[in-house]
Design a protein around this ligand. Sequence first.
Ligand SMILES: Nc1ncnc2c1ncn2[C@@H]1O[C@H](COP(=O)(O)OP(=O)(O)OP(=O)(O)O)[C@@H](O)[C@H]1O
Length: 221
Amino acid sequence: MSVRAVNERGLRLEHVAIHLGGRTLLDIDRLIQPGEVLTVMGPSGSGKSSLFAYIAGFLDPAFNANGHIYLDGEPIDDKRPEKRSVGLLFQDALLYPHMSVGTNLLFALPGGLTGRTKRVKRALEMLSRVGLDGLFDRDPATLSGGQAARVALARTLLAEPKALLLDEPFSRLDAPLRKSMRQLVFGLVRERQIPALLVTHDREDAEAAGGPLVEIAPARS
Ligand SMILES: Nc1ncnc2c1ncn2[C@@H]1O[C@H](COP(=O)(O)OP(=O)(O)OP(=O)(O)O)[C@@H](O)[C@H]1O
């Protein structure tokens, strides 16, 4: 493994292969460009979540993985998960239930941004960007599913990730909400020029993402 061309931008999966027992679940060799969404689609059990976990840095030890991951030219596979600058979004919002929406957001901000006024301003701007003006002091338990999904997105982006991993982030939303959340997520990916990887089993998600598609076959035993 070596540092790649310093001017390479994006998330590079260099021959990333995931194995379980004697089986190879998937093998991907791709550069995801800034602002692009690579969709990895496959049925349940095909290995999508294990790919996600490998990139994020918490692959279950039952799996073996090889290949390397580079973010903006720098290898990240030997970094601890919290040092990878990779933002995660799951099908569940996973907000801290004992904190207000605002505190959930403030918690995600990078430590380098100091001063309560600046931090609150940044969080309020992001809340507004995801269409949730006025909800800063709300208890997460009182949010609708769609609102909670938007808060989770705001929280992920406030951490200023250099890449985004999206694991079925729309699957719990009903059809109209799913449509607007897709527009919001993919719009922000383009606006902020973040490389993103979407794992899904939903072809409409893949079409809405508008980027390249990798289909993985069902795992065979
Ligand atoms: N800890 C584990 N030990 C052994 N096998 C596992 C473990 N976790 C998952 N598997 C198996 O590994 C394969 C890939 O799992 P993975 O969760 O990556 O698939 P997936 O495509 O994300 O599925 P889903 O869409 O249902 O989440 C499946 O066959 C699953 O049963």
